[in-house]
Design a protein around this ligand. Structure first.
Ligand code: HEC
Length: 173
């Protein structure tokens, strides 16, 4: 019997809580009830998709490598820009590609292939935008450096890479 009474008492208390909560919620001014009335976003679900063909006001439109290949380099290869590019290259690229681009950085031997950036296919065929996109996204084994280098820094590195003298591979005899 006492159990029954406790149960009833519990039920009453719970009921009163619901009534109280409802009263409190409806007493709130509308501006405070956004969370109550807004759409429910469940944990682990994607945020609401942006409206089609729009980007956030502070957003950068992402381009893939093909789309990036014709991007014009906003910088000129002035001595200052090349000095910046050289310094950034020394920090972020030389460990793999070597300070002079010859593919002999300190950790190059850990990779199956470390491209020599002085080769004609890069120096003559790769546009600035193409190299820019490689720096941004990386490759199969090359890491993406988008979060290390700002767009302007990437363009400076591109100009530094393009300042290497082209080296033609030796024909095998
Ligand atoms: C951790 C090593 C590593 C770092 C750091 C690195 N790369 Fe690379 N890079 C590679 C490898 C390996 C490849 C060959 C493609 C692949 O496997 O991703 C490559 C490919 C490239 C290519 C294309 C070569 C080709 O023949 O198509 C370019 C250009 C390039 N890197 C430039 C850079 C520049 C500029 C930086 C610095 C901003 C940089 N890389 C930093 C490892 C690296």
């Amino acid at each position: 019997m006492t159990g029954m009474r406790a149960l009833v008492g519990h039920g009453l208390r719970a009921g009163m809580l619901v009534v109280l909560a409802t009263a409190m919620a409806s007493a709130q001014p509308a501006i405070m009830r956004n969370m109550w009335e807004g759409p429910v976003v469940l944990p682990g679900t994607d945020p609401r998709a942006p409206v089609e063909d729009t980007i956030a006001v502070d957003g950068v439109r992402l381009r893939d490598r093909i789309e990036s290949q014709d991007l014009p380099n906003p910088l000129e290869p002035t001595p200052d820009v090349l000095a910046d590019g050289e310094q950034l290259y020394g920090t972020y690229c030389a460990v793999c590609h070597g300070q002079a681009g010859q593919g002999d950085g300190q950790i190059a031997s850990h990779f199956r292939r470390m491209p020599d950036l002085r080769l004609p296919h890069i120096q003559e065929n790769y546009t600035d935008g193409w190299i820019y996109a490689i720096i941004r996204e990386g490759g199969f084994n090359m890491p993406p450096l988008a979060s290390q280098l700002s767009p302007e820094e990437r363009w400076a590195v591109v100009l530094y890479v393009k300042s290497f003298e082209t080296v033609r591979p030796q024909r095998r005899q």
